[in-house]
Design a protein around this ligand. Structure first.
Ligand code: SF4
Ligand code: SF4
Length: 369
């Protein structure tokens, strides 16, 4: 039976995090892992200070590094934000400093290698960070967050950061429908097969995540050797039915991590005692993809334009940094007359622009219904 260890941890005070983390990691059997090369993959969506709750907190990374090093492991860490300089983004998040302090080399994910995904449904090979070929163990370190496109983001979605920089945009363009995008993320996880997940849910993000939501005190740390079991647990705690979430339902359907209906064991805190009633979730959006097979392309585009949330840019908040223009996979954005213009006929509703706008100048709204 899959199992997820959960412990309460109310703040990021170093001594407290270390003490609780040690107990948590013992509980998932990481104390038996010695002499291995281990890659830690925190979540750095964009350069943001830890208190914004966009990124995995440095106190969590530090406690994990210290634990693994104490057991004689060689630890590496890294992530690839969408477009920013990787080290600068990691520094703003406080993660690079922790890695430096602990003698952990920060990895440059721009070096890539072909990683086969023979069990993938849509993708049979990914171009991912080449460090994957040099390590024995991969650990996903997600932040508990809502996600405007996928509703929830956790251990499985966090692995998308192994795709370097703007190559992520190319995958958004290749898989514009929500379900296909979710399947691609599952395929990527079947290629990498992350060995463990440790989630920072001391402060999560609620509302329009993963970049524009608000920090939310949750007071938990979660760990498991099963990424799907961890994600199903975290999603359930914040109020989702996990099997209705695109990534989790397709990961479940793959049968690799869990069997349908399989129970999850909670050896420490019980998930059912930790459910949050008022976490601000992303409500399931209309998805026009179901109409694609029944109408001509022009009609499908019209329906999609009217019924699916679109990004709206607020010129009073926008700083014209053009980061959204750079990341947009559909080339739907431009600067005209000192404001961002959107070509909604090109926009594929991937919400990458909304995700990375650190000034929160973009909201998602439906035109109709
Ligand atoms: S909308 Fe946001 S990301 Fe785009 S130019 Fe304005 S501030 Fe920058
Ligand atoms: S405008 Fe925004 S939502 Fe539309 S395709 Fe570009 S990045 Fe995606």
């Amino acid at each position: 039976m899959a199992s997820v260890s959960i412990l309460k941890c109310q703040n990021y005070e170093e001594t407290e995090v270390v003490q609780i983390m040690n107990k948590l990691l013992d509980s998932i059997g990481l104390d038996k892992i010695t002499g291995k090369k281990i890659l830690l993959k925190p979540n750095i969506l964009y350069a943001a200070q830890p208190e914004k709750a966009v990124t995995t907190h440095p106190a969590v990374l530090k406690a994990i590094i210290k634990y693994l090093q104490k057991n004689g492991n060689t630890v590496f860490a890294g992530d690839s934000p969408a477009f920013q300089n990787q080290e600068a983004a990691a520094s703003k998040a406080g993660l690079k400093q922790v890695a430096d302090e602990c003698g952990v080399p920060w990895q440059d994910f721009t070096q890539t290698a072909a990683i086969p995904a023979p069990e993938g449904k849509l993708v049979k090979s990914f171009q991912l960070a080449s460090i994957l070929n040099d390590v024995d163990i991969v650990i996903s370190l997600p932040k508990m967050k809502t996600h405007s496109l996928m509703y929830y983001t956790g251990a499985i979605k966090n692995m998308f950061g192994l795709v370097p920089g703007l190559s992520k945009s190319a995958l958004h363009l290749r898989f514009p429908d929500r379900d296909n995008f979710a399947q691609m993320i599952v395929d990527l996880n079947l290629a990498v097969k992350p060995n463990y997940a440790i989630m920072d849910a001391i402060v999560g993000m609620e509302g329009p995540g993963p970049g524009s939501g608000k920090p939310r005190q949750v007071g938990l740390l979660l760990a498991s050797d099963n990424v799907l079991a961890l994600d199903m647990t975290a999603a359930r705690i914040i109020g989702y039915k996990p099997e209705t979430l695109p990534i989790l339902s397709q990961a479940l359907a793959s049968g690799f991590w869990l069997k349908t209906g399989e129970e999850i064991d909670y050896p420490l805190e019980k998930a059912e005692n930790l459910l949050i009633k008022d976490y601000k979730l992303i409500h399931h959006l209309h998805d026009a993809s179901m109409f694609r097979d029944y109408m001509p392309e022009w009609a499908f585009r019209l329906i999609k334009n009217l019924t699916v949330k679109r990004p709206i840019f607020n010129p009073n908040i926008c700083k014209l940094c053009k980061e959204c223009v750079r990341i947009c996979p559909a080339k739907a954005l431009s600067v005209q007359e000192n404001r961002i213009k959107v070509d909604y006929t090109k926009c594929i509703r991937c919400y990458c622009c909304h995700e990375i706008c650190s000034h929160h100048a973009i909201t998602l709204k439906k035109k109709l219904f």
